[in-house]
Design a protein around this ligand. Structure first.
Ligand SMILES: Cc1cc2nc3c(=O)[nH]c(=O)nc-3n(C[C@H](O)[C@H](O)[C@H](O)COP(=O)(O)OP(=O)(O)OC[C@H]3O[C@@H](n4cnc5c(N)ncnc54)[C@H](O)[C@@H]3O)c2cc1C
Length: 432
């Protein structure tokens, strides 16, 4: 029987395994060095914040795997020999495959900062990072201050986590405003204020120069590049982005760039070897997507797609309209379609912000045709399926603005803002 081996028990690997099992009787083995069982990485923050136990982040009961004849192997793959179709483990053993799926996810970026490997310095990606955080930042007596380096989605989550345990946080953000490479100016500025309102010491335009150690090799302080200021701290969180976790593949014949290079069928340059999820890199981005998509739902979609191919129905990965969601402290964020930080050529942004400074939207449309291209919403929850439909139907901006209420999750609640948003939109049209 054909043996399918999947390296990585995250959302991508596990989705592939589940769907292969639905479609076939193939032998399936999932390998992971991190944990025995699949867990939801996106829920890690809630474990530290005390909203759930780690066991609750596991979507399947432990018996699920045996019942579905999915073998689980704990071990770190240190080398892939594609000619003999063999995996070599750091633990010394080997495993043969007929088809191999690389789903090894990401790792936190480290840019060679002095002191980046000291005790008390950690990323916020793996379960081991959570364990380190519990060890070095259990409360504000053990950890008098934490410094977070890197202002993206994971950085702000870590800030919220530490804040929930009343640990003072200094947040170093390289950019002049939070996540302004992605968010339009008004939104980014609102999130700066949200961070500051939570008592977090936000430092914009600040890079890390070095991390200093005490006599025991533990973090003592950090130094800011631009000002030379030294800030005492017990924990440093490195959240300056992630990159594909593929170092162990470098010596193999599998083509890599930043990630494992794949075509639209998620196939690598080597027959019977595939890559999916955070670690896969398209030769060219699909639509306006980036070649590497490090988000949960795309990992799941790639897994579903690849299971079809593995089971004889070779299909392309077609992710559809872009969407994403996150939370910035207390403000929920959703994005549908494309709203870039600055309007691209022949694009216009319409921005509306509520006076309470916790809700805003930015709508992007084509300046000539008026076609609706995308929306960012903050503090107002909108319906994915409606925007997905409007994008497919290529609705114009007037239609979207006058039907916004249909997209709202809570139309009653939205009634309070709708008039205001429409008034602002109509004013803008008159001024234009
Ligand atoms: C704190 C946090 C919050 C997030 N929040 C969101 C969110 O709100 N929305 C969203 O869309 N995305 C979010 N993400 C991103 C999302 O979690 C990832 O995109 C997703 O988990 C990637 O899944 P994956 O299956 O590709 O890889 P992973 O989940 O990284 O799984 C890969 C597994 O492979 C293992 N592995 C790697 N190399 C080897 C090896 N050589 N041998 C054996 N095992 C190996 C790893 O240890 C890991 O267990 C968040 C990520 C983090 C860290």
């Amino acid at each position: 029987m054909e043996h399918i081996v999947i390296i990585g028990n995250g959302i991508s690997g596990v989705t592939t395994a589940r769907h292969i099992r639905k479609l076939s009787e193939k032998q399936i083995t999932i390998v992971s060095a991190e944990t025995d069982y699949f867990f939801s990485r996106t829920a890690l923050m809630y474990v530290y914040m005390g909203h759930m136990k780690f066991e609750h982040t596991q979507p399947y009961e432990n018996w699920f795997w045996e019942k579905n004849r999915i073998n689980l192997k704990k071990g770190y793959v240190k080398n892939i020999e594609t000619k003999s179709k063999t995996l070599h483990f750091a633990e010394g053993d080997t495993l043969k495959y007929d088809k191999l799926i690389i789903a090894t996810g990401s790792k936190p970026n480290k840019f060679g900062w002095p002191g980046q490997d000291l005790e008390g310095v950690m990323g916020m990606y793996h379960k081991q990072d959570l364990e380190n955080l519990e060890k070095y930042a259990p409360n504000n007596k053990v950890c008098k201050r934490a410094v977070i380096v890197g202002g993206g989605l994971i950085g702000i989550e870590l800030a919220e986590m530490l804040h929930s345990r009343h640990i003072p946080v200094t947040f170093l953000v390289r950019e002049s405003s939070f996540w302004n490479g992605v968010l339009p100016e008004g939104e980014s500025a609102m999130i700066n204020r949200e961070i500051l309102n939570h008592g977090i010491d936000l430092r914009l335009g600040a890079n890390l120069k070095e991390i200093k150690a005490d006599a025991n090799g533990k973090v003592k302080s950090i130094v800011i590049q631009e000002t030379g200021e030294e800030i005492e701290c017990n924990v440093v969180g490195l959240t300056a982005g992630v990159s594909p976790n593929i170092d162990f593949i470098k010596d193999s014949e599998i083509e890599i760039g930043r990630g494992v290079k794949v075509n639209r069928f998620l196939e690598t340059n080597i027959p019977d070897v595939y890559a999916i999820g955070d670690c896969a890199e398209q030769h060219e981005g699909i639509d306006q997507r980036r070649p590497i998509e490090a988000v949960w739902y795309t990992g799941r979609m790639m897994g579903e797609t690849l299971a079809q191919t593995i089971c004889g129905n070779r299909i392309q990965y077609k992710p559809g309209h872009w969407f994403n969601s996150a939370k910035f402290m207390d403000i929920e964020y959703q994005t549908y379609g494309w709203v870039f930080s600055k309007p691209r050529e022949n694009e216009t942004h319409f921005h509306w912000k509520h006076d309470d400074d916790t809700k805003c939207i930015t709508v992007c449309y084509n300046t000539t045709s008026n076609e609706f291209l995308g929306i960012n919403t903050f503090g107002i929850r909108m319906r994915h399926e409606i925007f997905d439909r409007w994008l497919t139907e290529k609705r114009d901006i007037d239609y979207v603005m006058t039907h916004l209420i249909e997209a709202n999750f809570d139309p009653e609640f939205f009634k309070h803002f709708e008039k205001d948003i429409l008034k602002a939109y109509n004013n803008k049209l008159q001024l234009a």
